[in-house]
Design a protein around this ligand. Structure first.
Ligand code: PEP
Ligand code: MG
Length: 761
């Protein structure tokens, strides 16, 4: 059964058009269930009727012509109830609606299941048959399973306008006149218009489906082309390194070339294609078998060669999948689009060319979104319906405020978005005047506005926007751009550059925070559940050699400067971790002194990112110099919502009452112990969040440089007493939605509507 299901989904996914996909669905489902009729009805874009869009077994003439109004017939009953309807004799049911043109009289048994995507019914899948027997439970379960999987494909067709075309015709002007919008999750605010550049993840053998060759000769030609392309690459690389690599290393390329010979891998793969497999499937099988054979060998050196075979296989697969190692060409106004855009992809883009980022995976709290905000680049995450395989080179509007995208927008739409860009730029220019002014409320309460930093170029941007300190230096970013751990001296130089630029302002250096969604290519961590795994301080305490080098580099970098060095520990979940890390930092400090470098003792603080730390905030506050809430992770762990998962993005709510209660708890604990308390999660840079945090008594709000001027403008135009009044009201609320709408209304009332944009209905 599973195989049939998979085959149907694969066939549908490979269809050349949505029309064809619908025909495949009805044909395959009818065959798999051994029934007489299978049909699909889809909800109209106006949501007023269900159109008969495909059938196998009923009158084909009626396809695209017949429809049922809401409330009419069994089909709409399935949709209304959003659950399966399984009847032995459909014509006896009170909701049965007779449609003479469709020809369903002989088929009494009826099974209908809704097609639902994100809680919305998009259509109904029906099977029918002649003999008066009910469809059995297994058939019902199969249809439900299938409908759940087809929902994504149908939702996709809705997003691309294909469903609209079914209703209004291929050439219908209505379809053309409507700008098709793809929805995602706001990742980084701002609007941009540019040209799409699709970045692909590396090919994966795992993802290659089992499939027969449609045409063996074509598959053989494709295979030869791919192998020749890889041969060419290997020769080129070997030549390129011929002067810099010793001969024994260069021999590896010859070994690779030999493996591609006909009497080695290539011969085996070709043989399997001749027997009927498609080239990618044959490649996968052969590579797997060879890797397994190598891995079973006793000799460690030979075992390692399994990785070479795999690497070679991936290179060939890359060409077969036409995602060759092509050099990316960046347009002047590039909108980078990918299935999963990663922080390391951003590190390679020529400065000044990137206008926007769109990722199919991920959400507003993914690290790539955080980096986008730091770079002041609009980003939309979780754009799950975007057909990324077919949009290279097309123009796109990206609206990072509402998380919306428009492909090939009409001139009219471009014009209205350009007007919004102009208005945003004008506001930004006005805000520049605040640069030198303090963040002080109308009634004299002062709050520190610091920056979160990490990328090259952040320093100037941060100082230009009036940052009063660094509240979070994400040290993993310089680690990510290397091919091995950076040396102590390499780290010292980067850290010092920041400290000197910010002198005499305080600089908070976070110890290496890898794991979760932050990977180092040279230190892979492969885990089932990475956000609950080896992350942050857990990794560095297990590797004191990495921690010590970093701590020494930080302490040395601060030599001779007045600004405070604050070392901050991520992902703390127990007092033991704090004690161990403090001991290592102290040892590093003593070592540096013993080397004769005159340095001050650093301040040490912890990040409150997991619920355990909230409940131990007072004890922690007693043992450290400062607390800093990492609200991005704290929200994820309080609400048990993966910060990268678009499916649950609407549940990731930074102003959820439980999160606000935790934030208040931490602030109070720190106040009781007279310990400095700040926050460096994204909530700090959100005007609504900033007002509430200031009311709670957070002394430092650390955020990306982009948001800083807006937050300063809000702080300078509000009274803290009013903010505290709002907080009291908010703390009585039960949902994040209530909090958001109340706070928006309050900011608008205070004349601050420019920070809560409302250009959208
Ligand atoms: C946080 O979790 O809020 C935080 C600032 O750290 P990061 O986003 O880098 O995980
Ligand atoms: Mg964090």
């Amino acid at each position: 059964m599973l195989t049939s299901l998979r085959r149907i989904i694969q066939d549908v996914a490979a269809a050349g058009s949505f029309r064809e996909a619908l025909d495949i669905i009805v044909r395959d489902v009818r065959t798999t269930l051994g029934t007489e009729v299978c049909s699909v009805y889809l909800l109209s874009p106006e949501a007023d009727r269900y159109l008969f869009v495909a059938t196998e077994g009923l009158n084909q003439e009626a396809v695209g012509k017949l429809s049922l109004k809401l409330g009419q017939g069994l089909v709409t009953l399935v949709a209304e109830r959003a659950e399966p309807l399984n009847l032995q004799d459909a014509s006896n049911h009170p909701r049965f609606h007779y449609l003479p043109e469709i020809g369903e009289e002989p088929f009494n048994a009826f099974l209908g299941v809704p097609v639902i995507h994100h809680r919305q019914v998009l259509g109904v899948l029906i099977v029918q048959q002649r003999d008066n027997r009910r469809f059995d439970e297994e058939e019902e379960a199969l249809l439900v399973t299938l409908a759940a999987q087809l929902a994504t494909i149908i939702a996709h067709a809705e997003a691309t306008g294909d469903i609209r075309k079914l209703f209004h015709g291929d050439t219908g002007t209505e379809a053309m006149a409507t700008d098709v919008m793809f929805r995602g999750i706001p990742g980084s605010p701002g609007i941009a218009i540019g040209t799409v550049l699709v970045v692909q993840p590396p090919a994966s053998l795992e993802g290659v489906p089992e499939r027969e060759a449609e045409d063996v000769t074509t598959e053989l030609i494709l295979l030869d082309r791919a192998i020749n392309a890889v041969r060419g690459d290997l020769r080129r690389i070997s030549q390129q390194f011929s002067k810099s690599l010793p001969p024994e290393e260069l021999a590896l390329f010859d070994a690779y070339l030999h493996m591609l010979d006909d009497n080695a891998l290539a011969g085996d793969i070709r043989e399997r294609v001749r027997r009927g497999l498609w080239a990618q499937g044959a490649l996968k099988q052969v590579i797997r078998e060879h890797v397994r054979r190598f891995e079973a060998m006793e000799d460690a050196y030979l075992r390692e060669r399994g990785a070479d075979v795999e690497d070679l296989g991936l290179r060939v697969l890359g060409y077969l999948q036409d995602i060759s190692t092509r050099k990316l060409h960046f347009h002047d106004e590039t909108i980078l689009v990918g299935y999963e855009v990663t922080p390391s992809m951003l590190a390679n883009i020529p400065p000044g060319k990137l206008r926007g980022i769109v990722s199919v995976r991920g959400s507003g709290s993914s690290h790539v979104a955080i980096l986008a905000r730091a770079l002041d680049i609009p980003a939309v995450m979780g754009a799950v319906d975007l057909p990324i395989a077919t949009i290279e080179g097309q123009s796109m509007i990206i609206d990072g405020i509402y998380g919306e995208l428009y492909l090939n927008p009409s001139a009219q739409l471009q014009e209205s978005y350009r007007a919004l860009i102009v208005a945003e730029n004008q506001f930004a220019t006005e805000l520049e005047q605040l640069k030198e002014l303090p963040a002080i409320t109308l009634d004299g309460w002062r709050v520190g506005l610091w920056v979160n930093i990490g990328l090259p170029g952040d320093i100037t941007r941060s100082l230009d926007r009036g940052a009063e300190g660094i509240g979070l230096f994400r040290t993993e970013v310089p680690f990510m751009t290397k091919e091995r751990f950076p040396t102590e001296e390499e780290q010292r130089v980067i850290y010092r550059e920041h400290m000197v630029a910010f002198e005499p302002r305080p600089v908070t250096m976070r110890s290496l925070d890898i794991g979760g969604d932050k990977a180092l290519s040279y230190f892979p961590i492969d885990e089932e559940n990475p956000f609950l795994g080896w992350r942050g301080i857990r990794v560095t305490l297990d590797h004191p050699e990495i921690f010590m080098v970093q701590a020494r580099a930080m302490i040395k970098a601060n030599a001779g400067l007045q600004g405070d060095l604050r070392i901050m520990l991520p992902m703390i979940s127990s007092m033991n971790e704090v004690e161990e890390a403090k001991a290592l930092i102290h040892r590093a400090y003593i070592e540096v002194l013993e080397e004769g470098v005159q340095v001050k003792q650093p301040l040490v603080g912890v990040m409150v990112e997991v619920p355990a730390a909230v409940y131990q905030a007072r004890a922690l506050a007693r043992r450290v110099d400062f607390l800093a809430v990492g609200s991005n992770d704290l929200t994820q762990y309080m609400l048990a919502v993966d910060r990268n998962n678009p499916r649950v993005a609407s549940l990731y709510q930074e102003t959820h009452p439980a999160v606000l209660a935790a934030l208040l708890e931490v602030a109070r604990a720190a106040h009781r112990e007279n310990t400095y308390v700040g926050i460096c999660g994204e909530l700090a840079g959100n005007p609504i969040g900033a007002v509430l945090l200031m009311a709670m008594g957070y002394q430092v709000l650390s955020m990306n440089a982009t948001n800083l001027p807006k937050v300063k403008w809000v702080v300078r135009n509000i009274r803290r007493s009013d903010a505290r009044r709002m907080l009291v009201r908010v703390l009585k609320m039960n949902t994040a939605q209530e909090v958001q709408s109340y706070m928006r209304a309050q900011l608008v009332r205070a004349g601050l509507e420019r920070v809560v944009p409302t250009y959208h209905a």
